[in-house]
Structure formats: C-alpha cells, structure tokens
Write a protein that binds this ligand. Structure first.
Ligand SMILES: [Zn+2]
Length: 55
C-alpha cells in the first residue's frame, strides 16, 4: 500500500516553471505555487478511473 504518493507538477507560469511536489490526495484540487503564488489545478486520477462525484 502506498500512502506517501507524491505528484510532481510544473508551475504553468512561464515566468516560474518550478517543479512542485504535491501530495497525491491533492488530485482534483488546487494548490498554490510557493514561488509565484499562481494557483495550479492538480489533474484528477489517471485514465481508467473516474473520480467519484460527491454530493
Ligand atoms: Zn510558480
């Protein structure tokens, strides 16, 4: 069982482009780049597994 999965995502800000490591449970959420404060949307689950709609 993997509980410490980390996603690496590049900041979309062309002036920044830092690689950010975010926890896997941040999928489908937004995080803020710690360097430029751009809000980044973390992609959802990989293909083959659709996220469960809540509510
Ligand atoms: Zn950034």
């Amino acid at each position: 069982m993997r509980t410490d999965d980390t996603i690496r995502i590049m900041c979309p800000n062309l002036m920044c482009r830092k690689i950010l490591a975010v926890p896997a449970n941040a999928r489908g959420k937004t995080v803020r780049c710690r360097y430029c404060r751009t809000t980044i949307r973390i992609p959802g689950s990989p293909t083959g597994k659709a996220p469960m709609p809540r509510g």
